[in-house]
Ligand binder design. Sequence first.
Ligand code: ZN
Length: 476
Amino acid sequence: MKSLFLFLSIVIPFSLVIRAQTAAFVGVNVIPMDRERLMKNQTVIVRNGVIIQIGDAAKVKAPKDATVVDGKGKFLLPGLVDMHTHLLSDSDEYDEAIAPEELRVMVANGVTTVRFMIGTPELLKYRGRSAAGEIVAPTIYVASPHITGREQGNNFVVTTVEEGREAVRRSKADGYDFIKVTTFIPSLIYEAVVDEAKKLGIRVVGHADARYVGVERAWKAGQQIEHLDGYMEMLLKPEAPMKHSISDILIYGIDNWKSLDYLDESRIPEIAKRTVESNAFVDPTHHFMKNSFGRLRTEDEMRAQPDFRFYPAKVQATWFDFYKRNRMIREIPLEKRARWIALREKMIRAIYDAGGKLMTGSDTPEFLWLYGFGLHHELKALKDSGISNYGVLTAGTRNPHEFLGSLNKAGTIEKGKRADLILLNANPLDNIEATKDRSGVMLKGKWYTQAELDRWLDEAATKISGSYHEPTKASE
Ligand SMILES: [Zn+2]
């Protein structure tokens, strides 16, 4: 195959081998996300994966060879970004071969760029295959296997400063885009990780374990913090009898919930201001925290989720069981959870008001929340934190690209940008949930109708749930 292609490309001009692909959205309302505005009744022309023209529909006509998409009464938005996700096939309970299906589920939900937050060699491979156009997949960024103080899978367990530095060097050499840190990393080793990463020019992202690292240290390091880790500890009054609160995995510590009575919310504006000064980009993964641990779903609610069918019965049962048996879930009253959610939402709102750049991360597919679907929940959760619709949409589109260094290529609807677009049936500036009501998705200039995408989802649900197998001794 390879030699045949080489032969053709020598004797036939390249342009004849690959025919230009042109598409035009006609009469569409554009939400360009360059600033807060709506451009009514436009024609948007895309050629070879790039937006080449945007103009008034009365003046700009679709080229003759273009695939025409009727945009009348519809709204065009840049494709969405999930800054914190994983695949089911990252674990050995699912066949690795279903990864392309999983990636298509993301696209079918309008997610056109993703950052995988725990790296594997397979994800690096799919990053390359996506970039080469070999699979229908979002544009992929991959953080390193996570650096941790204790064995947790897909990780570098570091117990010395030198191991910390070596984990960074290995990750950089293997081609990961970020260094991911999680939990149980002693502060001296954390400092070494950060120092090595600085030397090699790779950014550190992830958890800020309040017991070992904490927000102050992470700020100083310029780390991008996920989940608002460590933020509740920042609110503890000096007279509080405890040092820990309800961030990160400390959430499972029943006693940590007592700290709610010692949190000083008058500190929130100052903490928000300092957040913006240290690293303005914040990915709170708020939906995940709120709806996995804050307000509890009933089994009926879980069954009614559109993504429920992607999970095999065994996994569904595991999560039902978790909600029945987990001690923290059973013992912490709803009123306390509501106070915790309200504090998180005040913090998110304050960071936004101080000029912070929120980013959307779903932290799927744990807790029966699937990738793709989960990103829309995060948009809603940010809205419910008191952020304007435009502010929420910046978190889902341009802000992540600004953080990733790709805003010159994607994240807004402008001439010269990659044609990653979603066509909505209603205006998300009026109702944020309009992002779930789509006519279709354009990925790198290729148009897929939502009817087609819905068929993919049907197929994927069967394939993904069917690829589950209980881990056996042999597969360990
Ligand atoms: Zn995660």
